[in-house]
Design a protein around this ligand. Structure first.
Ligand SMILES: Nc1ncnc2c1ncn2[C@@H]1O[C@H](COP(=O)(O)OP(=O)(O)O)[C@@H](O)[C@H]1O
Ligand SMILES: [Mg+2]
Length: 281
């Protein structure tokens, strides 16, 4: 469903961040993009939604050539790509619900989306998503009152609000502890399966990538040096990808089914049904 061919990026500063990237992502596949800092992981996923302009090559999402779009066609295409960042990419003084709804207009300016009344369907869908990610008890909490894992759940709900076909995820666990990192990766993985969503997840933690991805692509100095199954990634290949740099691992035992972030679902159904019946928020 997503095909990159001959994609290259040279920044105006002269940095050559990507060279001749060939990548085809089928529907529903969860791909982890690993590689050392500066390898071009963020540049690659940002080229896909054109937050960064590729300087060479073609990027197709289903039947659309992304590199040729502009204006409202580009905004429309971006709506089919949900983006999840590190957990701090929330607006601290806004509530959980407001943060999720702020994804509604995609990449349109925040204030434009915030000052609008959100369509009722969006509010209903946001409730459903917050239920799915286990945050119905925190809907009216300010984002800055949440734990790191809860914040990332908000980011995930926000990215899913527009029913994207593809998730672009940039270091979702970079500032989370190992246990919470696994919970977040598991949640992303499950949501992709439920919704047949493809995902590209940039992640520096190799063990997490191996545990939760269908496929691993290794990037080094802007070039793909590995593309295969998690089980095919051995220590020689890791040395090829990371060179002398130590790669991260997750040494803790996997006893993380219970958590501080465990959902405590209040009778939110009442709120939801009042909204569905036409009540304003
Ligand atoms: N806005 C930018 N302007 C100039 N060079 C950049 C910019 N963003 C990234 N780079 C360079 O592109 C390369 C790849 O960076 P990046 O995609 O951020 O890698 P990663 O996400 O794997 O750490 C690096 O050499 C980096 O310095
Ligand atoms: Mg990066």
């Amino acid at each position: 469903m997503l095909t990159l061919s001959g994609v290259g990026k040279r920044y105006p500063t002269g940095d050559r961040a990507l060279t001749d990237i060939e990548l085809a992502l089928p529907k529903g596949q969860v791909m982890a993009l690993i590689g050392p800092s500066g390898a071009g992981k963020s540049t690659l996923i940002r080229c896909v939604n054109r937050l960064v302009e590729p300087t060479q090559g073609s990027i197709r999402l289903e039947d659309t050539e992304i590199t040729k779009l502009s204006g409202h066609k580009l905004r429309h295409a971006r709506r089919s790509m949900g983006m999840i960042f590190q957990e701090y990419a929330l607006v601290d003084r806004l509530t959980v619900m407001e943060n999720v709804l702020s994804g509604q207009l995609g990449y349109v300016g925040f204030w434009r989306s915030f000052l609008r009344r959100y369509p009722q369907e969006a509010v209903v869908e946001a409730f459903r998503l917050l239920e799915r990610v286990g945050l119905t008890h925190a809907i009216d909490k300010r984002a800055d009152a949440l734990s790191g894992g809860q914040r990332q759940r908000v980011g995930i709900a926000r990215a899913l609000l527009q029913s994207p076909k593809l998730l672009l995820v940039d270091e979702p666990t970079a500032s989370l502890d190992p246990k919470t990192s696994r919970q977040i990766m598991r949640l992303i993985r499950e949501l992709c399966a439920e919704r047949e969503l493809a995902a590209i997840i940039n992640i520096h933690d190799v063990a997490l990538a191996q545990q939760f991805a269908d496929r691993i692509v290794g990037l080094r100095a802007g070039e793909i040096v590995f593309d295969g199954l998690p089980s095919e990634l051995d220590s020689d290949m890791l040395t090829t990808i990371y060179g002398e740099e130590e790669w991260d691992t997750t040494p803790e035992p996997m006893d993380d089914e219970t958590t501080d972030d465990a959902p405590v679902n209040p009778p939110y159904a009442r709120v939801l049904s009042s909204i569905e019946a036409g009540g304003a928020r």
